[in-house]
Design a protein around this ligand. Structure first.
Ligand SMILES: NC(=O)c1ccc[n+]([C@@H]2O[C@H](COP(=O)([O-])OP(=O)(O)OC[C@H]3O[C@@H](n4cnc5c(N)ncnc54)[C@H](OP(=O)(O)O)[C@@H]3O)[C@@H](O)[C@H]2O)c1
Ligand SMILES: [Zn+2]
Ligand SMILES: [Zn+2]
Length: 334
């Protein structure tokens, strides 16, 4: 079958229409007719080859929602017509200890939807059906898309850093990931402080559920009540000593956004109050389903700007210059 997609033909190139022949679905595969796809900052990192793993032509898009149009002969849990979503991960070995624990995102054999294979900026996508997740009816496709990468990444990172309810959570960056992290933390009963560089986002963060906002934090901005978790969702090099100082005893600074430079941290800053630094990649299949259920139950939905497929480069440009509010989603029906 011919797939009609939008691809970057070489590093940093604008997307152009690109057709390719898809292989026949394997026994565990499914073929999905794409309805919507969000734009994650990782798509931009891939177009720019920031991580030196990009292969061109590159079809980005890993917040994919659509309907199943074909399944392989061993697929029993999904059928033609089901509405499903695909995120950053589209394959794992399913047999290693990480996979057996439900941490498929940690599998050494994991394959990403847009690394060495074509993603969701297309009329169709084909993936291992075990990485296509049913979307709850309460979430429409436009709002489901960003949950498949931004949503799972922040929810999984917060949970693995120990978030329950009644704690204090800081979120650095109010972008696609950050604005969902504020909602997960706040709607699940935590006190939230948002750190932002954008003045217009302060009021918005409060409307999302943040209790405090710190604009362009400097060493003068010491929190009265320190956080149990601070989640960094930006790729900037920031003053990490400042953020470690805003953590309570046993607090965790967790990275989902990867700063360009190595961290310069003195161990003494961790030792006295047993603080931790960690990082977290997306989330496994079990927690993906949990996150989708919780989003539906607590009405944790992204705030999106919608674009037609002809506006795909405009949308990417807006993500690049941090003017998107707060997640760009391309509607392939338009
Ligand atoms: N760990 C994982 O599994 C995982 C998964 C998905 C994405 N990511 C990474 O997480 C990061 C955030 O992704 P996203 O999709 O949320 O990005 P985004 O929507 O562009 O948001 C990033 C936020 O960072 C802040 N920022 C500060 N300086 C910036 C600059 N120079 N350019 C752009 N933003 C700047 C902005 O927040 P303020 O305006 O509030 O300051 C911006 O909204 C990316 O690096 C992405 O690759 C990691
Ligand atoms: Zn992503
Ligand atoms: Zn595995």
């Amino acid at each position: 079958m011919i797939f009609n997609s939008y691809a970057s033909l070489s590093k940093n190139e604008k997307l152009t229409p690109y057709t390719f022949e898809s292989e026949e679905p394997g026994p565990m595969d499914c073929r999905i007719k794409v309805t919507t796809c969000g734009i994650c900052h990782s798509d931009l990192h891939m177009i720019e080859n920031n991580w030196r793993i990009s292969k061109y032509p590159l079809v980005p898009g890993h917040e994919v929602v659509g309907r199943i149009v074909e399944v392989g002969k061993m697929v029993h849990h999904l059928k033609v017509g089901d509405r499903v979503g695909v995120g950053w991960q589209s394959e794992a070995c399913m047999e290693c200890p990480d996979c057996l624990r439900g941490d498929e995102n940690l599998c050494s054999e994991n394959k990403a939807t847009i690394v060495g294979r074509h993603g969701g900026f297309a009329d169709h996508i084909q993936v291992d059906s075990r990485f296509a997740f049913k979307i709850p009816d309460a979430i429409d496709s436009i709002h489901a898309s960003p949950l498949l990468c931004a949503g799972i990444t922040v929810y999984s990172a917060l949970v693995s850093a120990g978030m329950g309810s009644g704690g204090r959570v800081g979120v650095i960056g109010v972008g696609g990931l950050g604005h969902l992290a504020i909602q997960f933390a706040s709607k699940l009963g935590n006190r939230v402080t948002a750190f932002t560089t954008s003045p217009d986002k302060a009021e918005f963060a409060v409307n999302l559920g943040a209790h405090d906002v710190v604009l362009n934090p400097t060493s003068k901005d010491q929190l009265r009540e320190k956080c149990n978790i601070i989640l960094n969702t930006t790729h900037n090099d920031l003053d990490w000593s400042y953020f470690l100082n805003q953590l309570d005893s046993d607090g965790t600074l967790s990275f989902v956004g990867v700063p360009a430079s190595p961290l310069k941290i003195h161990v003494g800053q961790l030792l006295a109050k047993r603080k931790k630094i960690t990082a977290s990649p997306i989330g496994g299949r079990f927690i993906m389903n949990e996150m989708l259920r919780i989003s539906a139950e607590h009405e944790i939905f992204p705030v999106v700007e919608e674009f037609s497929k002809d506006e795909i480069n405009l949308a990417i440009e807006k993500v690049k210059n941090n003017s998107i509010r707060y997640r760009a989603v391309v509607d392939f029906r338009k």
